[in-house]
Design a protein around this ligand. Structure first.
Ligand SMILES: [Zn+2]
Length: 209
């Protein structure tokens, strides 16, 4: 267990170092059996240690002294809705937040499918309406979306990526943020999206769990 918690702290520090998380924003968790280990509230992701992580049960009972991120309701909601999920990454990464603030997003395809990697790791991308951070309403809305999406944009807030492993959740979060960045780089440019045939070939070669 210690290994997983050390890995979680290492990933958190890496997100901070690379600018995906700033200030005390962002929170991560891993599910180990029926316990969820989550980054603490009000702390930077920069220098966490395993002893700083909060432990809660799937129904929200606190198991140690550390105070969990205030976003713990949506972490628990995701683990309840996506039974295979073992890790969650939540970031206020700049380009993903920018996309989440755009009006007229297509709920079926909020970002154009311009690379195979977006298709392999992110799509279909879910959109969750805006609710107050940390609220039960946000938790319920995310739980609903997590039943059919591994990646979500929270309106005017940030991103969520789930994975069967921590590294899968990390890869998805990074792919989503970089695709959002590409979207703004290409905005106004004539852009080629993958064709239906190319998308089918990717789905056949790299089936999603
Ligand atoms: Zn947040």
């Amino acid at each position: 267990m210690r290994t997983e918690l050390t890995e979680l702290c290492g990933v958190a520090a890496s997100f901070h170092r690379r600018g995906y998380a700033f200030g005390s924003t962002g929170n991560l968790s891993v599910r180990l059996n029926d316990e969820v280990w989550i980054t603490p509230t009000g702390r930077s992701l920069r220098d966490l240690k395993p002893d700083d992580l909060a432990c809660i049960t799937l129904d929200g009972q606190r198991k140690n002294e550390a105070r969990p991120s205030k976003e713990f309701p949506f972490h628990l909601g995701c683990y309840r809705a996506a039974l295979e999920a073992r890790a969650l990454v939540h970031l206020h990464a700049t380009h993903s937040v920018a996309i989440s603030c755009l009006t007229d997003l297509d709920p079926a395809e909020p970002l154009p499918v311009i690379t195979p990697y977006y298709l392999m790791r992110v799509a279909p991308l879910g959109i969750v309406d805006y609710f107050t951070p940390g609220s039960a309403e946000l938790g319920a809305a995310v739980e609903k979306a997590a039943a059919s999406h591994s990646c979500m944009l929270l309106r005017n807030h940030g991103l969520i990526a789930l994975g069967a492993t921590l590294s899968e959740a990390v890869d998805r979060a990074e792919e989503l943020e970089e695709t959002a960045r590409l979207y703004f780089l290409l905005r106004g440019e004539r852009t080629r999206a993958l064709t239906a045939e190319q998308r089918e070939a990717i789905a056949a070669a790299y089936p999603r769990r």
